[in-house]
Each structure stands twice: as structure tokens, then as C-alpha cells.
Design a protein around this ligand. Structure first.
Ligand SMILES: *Cc1c(COP(=O)(O)O)cnc(C)c1O
Length: 364
């Protein structure tokens, strides 16, 4: 196995070997154009066809109707934290509501406060971000401009197990770390977004799916690049887009459609991977503590600790000797984190699970 195959990093995440192979070729010369991907014009017909294909593949994989525009933007999900309130905290509606359930949603909540009055619909800080609310239990005003939440808290390893809906309020979801990991019901959302570097490619591009009717609420006068309508009307080619990142993202969508066989198949694989890891950790009960409460365990990111940083670091070292990398927990909570993004294979999870068990037996 190539060492890259044992990359469990929280992001940028692992990419499939076959996509890396095609990327290597494309850096030399794209088969279709004979020119390196790094020198391809963003105004070329070839790149227009890549943008169109990426959009089409996403529509087919997720079942996204033409009621939604799909754009590819820069600035990562952090730029979306700022653009969303600038565009959609429209006058005539109540303040937007934010679910603060972990590191990333609290960043989104804090950014919104700089732009608009906003409410915190739920806050998990006091309980250490170990659980999530169900959205239909939240007491939110029907006149709220929107409700924002994060479907998978990447740092703490918390995930909403089902597609959450909130009555009567446009729902905006940051899906950065579980987009394309399973089927969703797009109609439940007014907007969903995900940067590429966790599950769909290299960093540099963010997929933004927004209901066309929501675009009508955008106030005039925003700088063009911060106005969602600019990206829609220019077909994601307003200024120079990240050609390379969008190309690799397109390869990932092809891989999902034609190699994996769609998101139902991807979900089955991801469920098996998560079960293998959680079963292993549960069997080590007493030796390891999983950060998330059981009901809210993420299928994508598993945060846990052996109880002290000396042991955690000893495991990171032992794993490194086997070629396993990317296990360090996020700097905000420490410990260990295993990310099980789409490109992480079942074989890789097996190797990691065995390493965890052996390490614990040696310490017992
Ligand atoms: C990693 C992450 C972010 C940060 O994204 P950037 O592209 O680095 O700005 C935001 N939201 C979630 C859920 C994440 O996992």
C-alpha cells in the first residue's frame, strides 16, 4: 500500500489513488488538450465543459433540481460564513438563527455577528460540544431570515444522522465534512455548501448550492465578488477560478458516479468503515474515551483520547511507524481524530483498527 493510502487527516483529506493517478498525468499534459492542467485557460471550451460536467455530476449524485443554482467559489467555507449573512440576512425578516454545536458552527455564528443581528438557536458550549439538538425541537421564530447549522462537526466528531428539517425557515447548511458521503434530500435546504478539501478534492474551491428563489432576497450594492448572483450569472467564471481544484473535484465526481456507483453505495462503504472503528474503540472501553455522545457519533470524524496526551502521542508514534498518518486531534480539543472520508478505504481502516487494539493490549 502506498503510504498516502493510510492518511486519516481531518483536512485536506485523502484522495482516491485513481484520481491522484489522473492528476499526475494532467499536470504533465491533459489527454484532451495536450496542455498541462496548470496552464489551461479558464476561458477555454475545455474548462467550460469541466465546469458543466462537475455541475451535472453533482446534480445526478445528489438529485439536485433546476430550482437550485450550483456554483464553485473560492475563499473556503470561512468566506461563506461571512457571505451568507451579507446576502441573506435581509431586511423584512427577523434575525437569522444559528445552531452553535461545535468549533466550526461557533466560527460561523461569530462571523455572522459582525454583519448582522443574529440569534443563537442552540448552544452546546456549556456541555462541551458532545451532543446535537434536533432541529424540529428548537424554538425558532418563523420570521427568521434563515437557520444555519453544520451537518457534521469535523473537530468534535458530531453528525446529524438524518437530514434535518426546520419548519418554515430557510435552512442553510455547512456540509463541508460530509458532503457526498451519503445521499441527502436537497429539497430540505435553501442553501448547502461544502469546500472541497475534506471529501471532494484539494483545497481552493467551495461548492455552493442555492435555491434560485432565495437569490431574490439579496440586497443590491454588495461588492460583486461577495454577491452570490455574480457567481450564478457568470457560471462560476467571474474572475479566474481555481482551475486545478475544480478539475480534481470533477474527477472525484466521476469516481463517485462510475467507480463507486453513486451515493447509496458510498454510504454503505462509509457505514462499514465507521462501524469497524467504533466497534474497535467500544471494545477498548476504559482505555479510550470517545468525545461524542453515542447518539451523535459522526461517520466521518472520530475524536477520542487514550486519557492523556502522553499516551495519545505514543499511539501517534506507533501508528506512524506503520505508515499511518493524520491522527492528531484538532488543536482546539487535542487528543486523536480519525477522519473516514470517502477516499479512505476499508482496508486502511482495518489496519488502523488492528493498530489500536495492539497498542491497547501492550499497555494493559
Ligand atoms: C474545515 C471546515 C471549515 C473551514 O473551512 P475553510 O475552507 O478552511 O474555510 C468550515 N466548516 C466545516 C464544517 C469544516 O469542517
Amino acid at each position: 500500500m502506498k503510504s498516502n493510502a493510510l492518511n486519516f487527516s481531518g483536512g485536506p483529506g485523502a484522495l482516491p489513488e485513481t484520481v491522484l493517478e489522473q492528476t499526475r498525468v494532467a499536470i504533465d499534459a491533459l489527454p484532451e488538450t495536450g496542455i498541462s492542467i496548470l496552464g489551461m485557460s479558464h476561458r477555454s471550451d475545455w474548462f467550460r465543459s469541466i465546469l458543466d460536467e462537475a455541475e451535472l455530476n453533482l446534480r445526478i449524485l445528489l438529485g439536485i433540481s433546476d430550482d437550485y443554482a450550483i456554483t464553485f467559489q473560492q475563499g473556503g467555507s470561512s468566506l461563506q460564513f461571512a457571505m451568507i449573512p451579507m446576502n441573506f440576512a435581509a431586511t423584512g425578516f427577523g434575525p437569522p438563527e444559528y445552531v452553535t454545536s461545535g468549533y466550526w458552527s461557533s466560527r460561523a455564528t461569530a462571523e455572522a455577528a459582525k454583519v448582522t443581528e443574529r440569534k443563537v438557536a442552540w448552544d452546546g458550549h456549556a456541555t462541551g460540544y458532545r451532543q446535537l439538538p434536533t432541529l424540529d425541537e428548537l424554538d425558532i421564530s418563523g420570521s427568521a431570515a434563515y437557520l444555519h447549522y453544520v451537518t457534521n462537526e469535523t473537530v468534535e466528531g458530531l453528525q446529524f444522522p438524518v437530514c434535518e428539517e426546520a419548519a418554515q425557515v430557510p435552512l442553510i447548511a455547512d456540509m463541508s465534512s460530509d458532503f457526498l458521503s451519503k445521499p441527502i434530500r436537497p429539497d430540505a435546504y435553501s442553501m448547502m455548501y461544502a469546500h472541497a478539501q475534506k471529501n471532494l478534492g484539494p483545497s481552493g474551491v467551495t461548492v455552493v448550492v442555492v435555491k434560485r428563489s432565495l437569490l431574490e432576497r439579496i440586497p443590491d450594492g454588495l461588492p460583486a465578488i461577495l454577491d452570490f448572483r455574480t457567481h450564478v450569472s457568470h457560471g462560476s467564471n467571474y474572475n479566474t477560478p481555481p482551475v486545478f481544484a475544480i478539475y480534481v473535484l470533477t474527477l472525484i465526481t466521476r469516481w463517485l458516479r462510475f467507480d463507486v456507483g453513486g451515493l447509496d453505495a458510498m454510504q454503505s462503504i462509509n457505514e462499514r468503515k465507521a462501524r469497524r472503528l467504533y466497534d474497535t474503540l467500544d471494545a477498548l472501553e476504559g482505555a479510550v474515551t470517545i468525545h461524542a455522545n453515542r447518539r451523535w457519533r459522526s461517520q466521518m470524524n472520530v475524536a477520542f483520547t487514550f486519557g492523556d496526551s502522553r499516551l495519545d502521542n505514543a499511539f501517534i508514534e506507533a501508528a506512524r511507524e506503520r505508515g499511518i498518518v493524520g491522527l492528531e486531534g484538532h488543536r482546539s480539543i487535542g487528543g486523536l481524530r480519525v477522519s473516514l472520508y470517502n477516499a479512505v478505504t476499508e482496508q486502511a481502516v482495518d489496519i488502523l483498527a488492528n493498530a489500536l487494539t495492539e497498542f491497547s493490549l501492550q499497555r494493559a
